[in-house]
Design a protein around this ligand. Sequence first.
Ligand code: IPD
Ligand code: CA
Ligand code: CA
Ligand code: CA
Length: 289
Amino acid sequence: TTMTEQEIDVYYKAVLDLVSLAGKVVNEGFSITKHVETKSGAADLVTEFDQRVEEILIKSLRETFPTHKFIGEESAAAGAKTVFGDDPTWIIDPIDGTTNFVHGFPFVAISIALAIKKEVVIGVIYNPVLDKLYSAVRGKGAFRNGRPIKCSGQKDLALSQVAGEYGSSREPHIIDAKCQNMRVIIEKVHSIRAVGSAAMNLCMVAEGSCDAYFEYGIHIWDYAAGDLIAREAGAYTSDPSGGPLNLLHRCILCTATKELAQQITPLLTHMKINSLLFVAICASAFFSA
Ligand code: IPD
Ligand code: CA
Ligand code: CA
Ligand code: CA
């Protein structure tokens, strides 16, 4: 093992300890009444637990690894400078599935990725309500509660269970495009599931309980960890319009096989969803490149 591999092992052990601690805080909040506020719109929710969990994660990682950088959903929302550069960078979604968290629907997850030189090397997703821990280190396979997982290997769209999401934007043209995508896909598959967590969707492709997942409008913290876990479980991830995945492009298609991706890509209405935050992250990635 190289020096970097040993270092990655240290980071991996640290984040596994930390995520189980943070999971206890999420579980404390899960069954009680939360203080709910909105962010970009009436369906974009945040609670005091989202902020608290992110603070715990960043504070602890920063103490242990003072030179590392951080991109966190709630820090970004509070105006923190988000730089996706070459330094080791922890990409954190403290609660993925906040709407589920608010409603007591058990698909909530803490998602943490570590990128070095803009490549994700560690992905950890923990659903503390269902006590399911998904994790991967680059090149070493994907695991659920410590046991190896594999994607389904499904090649036939007609036999597939597909995860898709409506997201939190209530802009009519975005809703129209998303409903159009559901409309063309449903005709061709066993089923569509929309469980409200990008991170969990990627884990479900990784474990084989879904054969594909696609979404537009998500952010780097929604899919950085899940993308690695899915790929390490044998899944294929790409830009929904074909071509390589880009963590700053705010969209993903994740499929059990490349054959499935080739069947889904031509069916989708492709969306380019921008935001100030997206521009800020892109600009910093560009300038640090
Ligand atoms: C959301 C979830 C949801 C997806 C949204 C995300 P959040 O994340 O991943 O599945 O459809 O686009 O924003 O806000 O609950 O962390
Ligand atoms: Ca959110
Ligand atoms: Ca999220
Ligand atoms: Ca979140």
